[in-house]
Design a protein around this ligand. Sequence first.
Ligand code: PLP
Length: 391
Amino acid sequence: MSKSMSTEAVTGKFGEFGGSYVPEALQRVLTKIAEAFDHYRDDPEFNQEFRHYLKEYVGRDNPLTLARNLTEQMGGARIYLKREDLNHTGAHKINNTIGQILLAKRMGAKRIIAETGAGQHGVATATVAALFGLPCTIYMGKYDTERQALNVFRMELLGAKVVPVEKGQGRLKDAVDAALEDLVENHETTYYLLGSAVGPHPYPTMVHYFQSVISEESKHQILEKEGRLPAAVIACVGGGSNAIGAFAHYLDEPSVRLIGVEPAEAASIAEGVPAVIHGFKCYALMDEHNNPKPTFSIAAGLDYPGVGPEHSYLKASGRGDYVTVTGKEALDAFLTLSKIEGIIPALESAHAVAYAMKFARTLPKDESVIVNLSGRGDKDVKQVFDMLQKQ
Ligand SMILES: *Cc1c(COP(=O)(O)O)cnc(C)c1O
């Protein structure tokens, strides 16, 4: 997509970040999606239906759990876990896929397509496509289909067609390109359901909207439990969708620190430079030829060389703090949370837990912090088993 950038849309800007840097044919399709979203986000019936599925299908509200043992062990602020791991399908991604498929239905789509890296967004998309009876094609890099064979089978169980993309390196970027090509060709019938707070406008804005239910709930819950706002909200950042959802309702509360945690091995914000990748502007890790650099996080969902434009803006404006933890620290947090709280976190979420463990100690005991536990770790148990064997 980086070759023929002809249109720079003025919409969807977060400071200098975001926007839409795509060829004209694709821009026309994105504009249609943006117009539909602008219309339906204010439509009470649409929002009512979204809430209905979040409650009856996803199982929301999910709890804000006080991690009593972890808090005691750290000896500082009370650590609360927002339990996205308890959603149907085991992570926050379903909030967004429900929202976008309802939009797709309203737009008259007859077919859903999506990209996936590790397979988690593919599974969340295949799930809602099954629920709403729409045929679904998932593009996945060939290399990734081999690493994640079980997720491929999950998507197939859910009725989706998984297309291995052999072009390029057979990774996420190549899957995105294949999905966009499909979209441009078949836009009359097809909706492209994007999985994180990245990509050209309107996706970052739309994903923010659907994921903000996380902080809408947590704000009510923390006020009920603590009688005041938390000192900080802490979330892991891959593309940035769980983090922006966890931050959204605190953006205008200057007393609440917003802390995004990146893997040290894929630290797009902490170590990146402003650049245009995949059709939008953000902080990104670039190589000497100005191409996105391959990254190597132990958490597949955090393995992305760019980051959502809103996080880029929160970093640049100073409203958000972005920190890194290593894979080793995340693995330790994974083991600790499992052992002393009885909660096996996703390796992605374990990055946020790892930082919270360091950070909570520095705060007085009468303060609290919220950690967004973006997903459950069942998917990672085999990988952790292998990592421990090698140690
Ligand atoms: C996909 C995923 C992430 C990373 O994606 P974001 O868009 O940054 O939230 C984090 N945690 C889990 C459990 C995931 O599945």
